[in-house]
Design a protein around this ligand. Structure first.
Ligand code: URA
Length: 486
């Protein structure tokens, strides 16, 4: 029985070369004794020479689907010594059944998938829990600061994850030491080593600062102990400076939440004051509002009536003919509108265009605008997540909407969603209470209320979504009929 001894440090190439030679020579899985160097089983075992690759004519042609390579590259990092034989068996079986990996109930496939998952999870934890500590004093000769981190992975993932850290922490020199080897980056070269490291002494004065910060950002009202423990299993705690604070914070969470609730009932939240202050700071209404729509658009482009202009890319003003009979009002520009500088060009705009078009209304003939002219969002990673504007922001921006109405003089205004409705009327009605009705406004105008197109996009249930789309279609047909009548 050929005995193959591998280093087994997560290096896919060494297993692949051995497997290729064995498979080409036709050695079945049950005839190979796979060992890991340094393991107990390896102590008295000398490796056999691998079979010579037969000449190309006699060689068994081994091919595998790309999914196997991805799976094997992960599984080979697992610490279970059985991974080599498992992968070789899968390789062997795949020659007779190319779809084997799709059979989730197959014992070998299920086992390999479990190992893959465990490796991916370990790699994810490494990105979450590696804590770099600065070593040496200040900036080194090459102008770069030096950092050291200690991590204890379950599997051989250091080489697999090192390129991530190289990319993320490219501008500093670092070493990540682990009992399963290390990775080091010096700005030019990524060096990997299999030699197990000893845990270094990494206590550092910044730890205390970090602990204070961590304790302060902890929000007891958001505590979900189960989710926290799943995301941050206890085995990682010993290397996290903040970890020993956690049990105390969990224990005190309930009484803190009660105290917060009691405080909220009697005292206004600090942001109420800030809002009141912001409202007082609204610049005085310009003495002579711009006389044309183009001039109004220019004024709005530098609007600073509320803080939203600070984070948005630009003002997204309304667009359409100056003598439009109908004005559609949405809530606020979304991510794509903010970048394009035009209303309703993103996903909600596509729904709007389609359904309005189907109802026989030409978008080019109507004026389309929003209650709020700047995109309000919360940054989350690289994404900007839409945030509904508050009443203060809607009120500030009403200045522009009122002037748009004054200049366009539409006969019919269509409010799409609650924000538009609130901005166009003082009444505090819900959309559902007034939807689909022609409501008289001052100066002979008519208001028609419907839902916002993005509401349709958010409905998860397909049947309900189709129903609501149909209802919106009906609303738009009513709008088309009203155009002739108002
Ligand atoms: N949602 C809106 O309310 N307006 C837009 O312009 C885009 C999405």
């Amino acid at each position: 029985m050929p005995r193959v001894v591998l280093e087994g440090r997560g290096e896919f190439g060494e297993w692949r070369d051995a497997a290729r030679a064995l498979a080409a020579a036709g050695v079945p899985p049950e005839d190979v004794d796979w060992r890991e160097k340094g393991s107990d089983a390896d102590l008295f075992a000398a490796p056999d020479a691998l079979p010579q690759l037969p000449s190309s004519g006699d060689r068994r042609q081994m091919t595998v689907p790309p999914a196997f390579i991805a799976l094997a590259e992960a599984v080979i990092c697992h610490s279970d010594p059985m991974r080599f034989v498992l992968l070789y068996r899968l390789l062997w079986r795949l020659q007779g059944d190319r779809t084997l990996l799709d059979v989730a109930s197959d014992e070998d496939v299920a086992r390999a998938r479990m190992m893959e998952k465990s490796v991916r999870r370990d790699a994810h934890k490494m990105t979450a829990f590696v804590r770099f500590k600065e070593v040496g004093s200040g900036i080194s000769l090459n102008g770069r600061r030096k950092f050291l981190a200690w991590f204890e992975p379950d599997h051989h993932i250091v080489a697999r994850k090192a390129p991530f850290f190289q990319k993320r922490f490219n501008d500093m020199d670092w070493v990540i030491a682990t009992p399963r080897g290390s990775a080091a980056w010096d700005g030019e070269k990524l060096t990997l080593s299999d030699t197990p490291c000893e845990k270094p002494d990494l206590t550092d004065p910044a730890d205390q600062l970090w602990r204070t910060y961590y304790a302060n950002i902890f929000n007891p009202a958001r505590l979900k102990v189960k989710a926290m423990q799943a995301e941050m299993p206890k085995k990682y705690w010993k290397n996290l400076p903040e970890a020993d604070l956690i049990p105390g914070m969990i224990a005190a969470a309930e009484s803190k939440v009660l105290a917060m609730a009691a405080k909220q009932a009697s005292e206004p939240l600090p942001f109420h004051d800030r809002l009141k202050q912001a409202a007082r700071n609204v610049p005085a209404t310009p003495k002579s509002p711009a006389g044309t729509l183009a001039a109004l658009r220019e004024e709005a482009a530098v609007c600073a009536r509320c803080p939203l202009h600070q984070t948005a890319t630009q003002t997204v003003f309304g667009e359409g003919p100056e003598d439009a009979q109908v004005m559609f009002v949405g809530e606020q520009p979304g991510d794509q509108e903010d970048l394009a500088g035009r209303p309703f060009v993103g996903p909600a705009g596509k729904v709007f265009d389609q359904i309005v078009g189907e109802a026989g209304i030409d978008r080019r003939s109507v004026y389309v605008t929003n209650a709020v002219k700047h995109f309000k969002y919360e940054p989350r990673g690289k994404r900007r997540i839409h945030q509904r504007p508050n009443m203060g922001e809607v009120t500030h921006c009403r200045w522009w909407l009122d002037l748009e109405v004054e200049m366009i003089k539409p006969r019919l205004i269509v409010a799409m969603g609650a924000t538009a409705l609130a901005s166009l009327t003082d009444a505090k009605q819900k959309v559902s209470e007034v939807r689909g009705r022609a409501i008289p406004l001052s100066e002979g105008r008519t208001l028609f209320v419907t839902v916002h197109p993005s509401y349709l996009l958010r409905i998860p249930d397909e049947r309900l979504k189709a129903e609501e789309m149909e209802r919106f279609r009906g609303d738009m047909r009513q709008v088309r009929n009203l155009i002739g009548q108002v």
